[in-house]
Ligand binder design. Structure first.
Ligand code: HEM
Length: 417
């Protein structure tokens, strides 16, 4: 499957391929199947997706709430890192995890976890992390291929029931936070967080599909789809920068030229920082974090580029293969951000950018793409502006297998700039 196949299925024939399989491992993500965005389909999915996108757009475009939230989180992360006395051997796992987690938490619930008081949050993050890792084990994949195996002792327990039971541990966290925000909503003032904005939509539209069950499910989707992806991507960014220090220096030089050192980079700087943008594209292409997309069930018989696809076929688009193998990427195995820029080093090569699709394309692409792109730019550029990162352990860029391909753990020396 190449880019043209994915484009034909997901864009040209978008409506035909927006349905899900409704079998594990997807059904092991939400508490109830057919709720929220990630695991639902049909008119219900359309309603939930449209509602979430409207809220995110109102926050991001209308009032810039989103950028302010990310920058607040960056400030907190930098303050935490500054307090580390010995910067010769630092593990950036938790500072990055908390920074990204706090952006989602503030977007959804309107408050930040303080670093010194984040045990509840850390426990939740660990449960989600464990859940996503277990989902991609051999047994769940076996049960996914042969759903009747979930009735077989041992295989069914490891591959299905134990994982299903895990869900309740993170659901408690979600329900507590949603309930607390629901109580605070006065119905009058301009919503400042997702829960309040969703409640306003419930009230304004009166649509029975917008209810507390689906609010909780959408909130959970944001955590599941938004945290591991974004925080791992940032860890990949630092790993690549330490493996290629000359590229790290070049990014920093661009940041100093455009932003200076007295303030943090902002979204208005982004158009003037083509090299930093090219590096972010290339890290996303090379780290290629999502090995399998969710299933896209075909609802009516069709053809994709001459291949017959019967109704009911499950399609798993290989965006991994597009970013690895498309001929537009010359020498695809090498890490080369300059491939995104023309000779003037300012203008993007549109053909190369078009095939870089870490957020997928079409009707079921990433709902959080705008937020994730903003986070990657603001958090990555702030870190490179403030510190030089030098590896103090081996940087092995072979990924660790999972729902999201992660970087191997590493430590670094951080030299203030
Ligand atoms: C670097 C970060 C991220 C990457 C690489 C990424 C990637 C993806 C991809 C490839 C899909 C499509 C899956 C499919 O076709 O089934 C997806 C879907 C989704 N993403 Fe993201 N994502 C990221 C961050 C986020 C964030 C920050 C959020 C929200 C806070 C988010 C929310 C979602 C949701 C809700 C869906 C499901 C869309 C649907 O089923 O209609 N993602 N993401």
């Amino acid at each position: 499957m190449d880019y043209e196949h994915v484009k034909d299925a997901f864009i040209t024939q978008g409506d035909t391929f927006t349905y899900r399989a409704h079998r594990s491992p997807e059904t092991l993500l939400p508490v109830h199947d057919h709720t929220g965005i990630l695991a639902s389909d049909g008119d219900h999915w359309r309603l939930q997706r449209r509602t979430s996108l409207k809220i995110l757009r109102d926050f991001g475009l209308g009032r810039n709430l989103m950028e302010e939230q990310v920058i607040r989180s960056v400030h907190e992360m930098l303050a935490q890192v500054e307090n580390i006395n010995d910067k010769r051997n630092v593990d950036m796992f938790w500072p990055i995890q908390l920074c990204v987690g706090n952006v989602i938490n503030e977007t959804l619930f309107g408050f930040h976890y303080k670093y010194e008081d984040s045990e509840k949050f850390k426990t939740f993050v660990k449960v989600v992390d464990k859940h996503l890792r277990h989902l991609q084990g051999k047994m769940p994949l076996l049960v996914s291929a042969f759903p009747w195996l979930r009735h077989v002792p041992v295989i069914g327990d490891i591959g299905y029931h134990n994982i299903k039971n895990n869900i309740s541990s993170y659901q408690t966290f979600i329900e507590e936070e949603v309930t607390s925000q629901v109580k605070k909503y006065d119905g009058e003032s301009e919503p400042e967080n997702f829960v309040h904005a969703y409640m306003k939509q419930m009230k304004q539209t009166g649509n029975p599909g917008l209810d507390i069950t689906n609010l909780c499910a959408s909130v959970l989707d944001f955590w599941l789809a938004g945290m591991e992806t974004t925080s791992n991507s940032l860890r990949w960014h630092l790993a690549y920068m330490m493996k290629y220090p000359e590229i790290q220096d070049k990014v920093r030089k661009e940041i100093f030229n455009v932003v200076g050192s007295s303030r943090l980079p902002s979204m208005s700087d982004k158009p003037n920082m083509p090299y930093t943008q090219a590096v972010i594209h290339e890290v996303q292409r090379c780290s290629n974090m999502i090995p399998f997309l969710g299933s896209h069930r075909c609802v009516q018989e069709t053809t994709i580029k001459g291949h017959h696809v019967p109704a009911g076929t499950l399609v798993f688009a290989q965006i991994w293969s597009v970013m690895k193998n498309d001929p537009v990427f010359e020498d695809p195995g090498s890490f080369n951000p300059s491939r995104y820029l023309q000779e003037d080093e300012k203008t993007f090569d549109k053909a190369v950018v078009e095939k870089t699709i870490p957020f997928s394309i079409g009707k079921r692409n990433c709902v959080g793409e705008g937020l994730a792109r903003m986070e990657l730019f603001l958090i990555f550029s702030a870190l490179i502006q403030k510190y030089e990162f030098i590896a103090t352990s081996n940087i092995d860029l072979t990924p660790v297998w999972g729902v999201v391909l992660t970087s191997k753990p590493y430590t670094c020396q951080m030299i203030p700039q």
